[in-house]
Write a protein of this length. Structure first.
Length: 285
């Protein structure tokens, strides 16, 4: 058994090493997309993805194809202090996370909600915010956040940590506005198991069952447990520059980096190992 098992395991490891988990799809070719920081798949318009820039850029949403080709751009009537991620829901809304907080200097941050536009419309008028949801930090609990997802009428914020500890999750209600003079206080939801890298993006699958979170060099997939929260089921490490955004594309994962690259992690790559592969691994230890 041992003599058969060793070559099987070696072949399996070599096959993983021989190919990168990231499949290049194209480039974000529009010159105005200088620093892609968030991406989400439209649930209204198949094949369309919404992308935005980081801080220091105009308040604009870009509709693109999965190969990065521009469809349309739309200005947004909300400030871009430090946009870091974007999410969506089943009601035609887009949620813009103005949640960046470098060095944790800002006392409050915000999530802006807009109606998702038709990417085939002219886009000659700025998108109005349906509501602005401001939140403030409890004393000595400020955090930086580049990862947002929507689940059950709440926006979940994942902290970006550099100390090797697990990321934390906070949530705020998104069903009504919270003005800057009456901000919400985020509710602590616990840690994100095993995620010890600085989180740079997140997305919840359309069925609400799986959460994907990325860092500069890796991504993790979680299964959503309604009682206990996200449970880690998969880890993928990749070699790419400055990956800042991730979203679901069916069962595949789509990623964007600040160098304008668009990549895919196929479902066959991120899915947990089959029972056969697990059994081979156990026998070879």
């Amino acid at each position: 058994m041992t003599t058969l098992c060793i070559p099987i395991r070696i072949a399996f490891v070599l096959s993983l090493a021989a190919s990168s988990p990231l499949e290049p799809l194209g480039k974000l070719d529009h010159p105005a997309i200088r620093e892609a920081s968030g991406i989400v798949a439209s649930r209204l318009h198949p094949g369309v993805f919404w992308v935005h820039n980081d801080s220091g850029n105009e308040s604009v949403l870009f509709a693109v194809r999965r190969d990065g080709k521009l469809v349309r751009e739309f200005k947004v009537a909300a400030p871009n202090v430090d946009w870091e991620d974007i999410a969506t829901d089943d009601h035609g809304k887009l949620y813009i996370a103005d949640t960046g907080n470098n060095h944790e200097l800002l006392p409050s941050r915000a999530v802006y909600v807009v109606d998702e536009p038709d990417p085939d419309s002219p886009g000659d008028q700025p998108l109005k915010t349906v509501r602005a949801i401001h939140y403030r930090f409890e004393k000595k609990r400020r955090f930086d956040c580049e990862s947002l997802y929507i689940w059950k009428d709440r926006a979940y914020l994942i902290t970006k940590r550099y100390d090797g500890r697990e990321a934390e999750r906070y949530s705020i209600a998104v069903d009504s506005a919270a003005p800057i003079f009456k901000p919400l206080i985020p509710r602590y939801e616990g840690t994100l198991a095993e995620f010890t890298e600085p989180a740079t993006g997140a997305d919840l699958s359309a069925d609400g069952r799986r959460l994907a979170v990325c860092s500069l060099k890796s991504a993790r997939v979680y299964e959503i447990d309604p009682e206990s929260g996200p449970r880690p089921i998969s880890f993928v490490r990749y070699d790419a520059d400055q990956v800042e955004a991730i979203c679901w594309d069916g069962d595949d994962l789509l990623l964007a980096n600040e160098q304008r690259g668009m990549f895919r992690i196929a479902a066959s790559t991120w899915r947990p190992k089959s029972p056969l592969q697990s059994a081979v691994g156990e026998r070879c230890r």
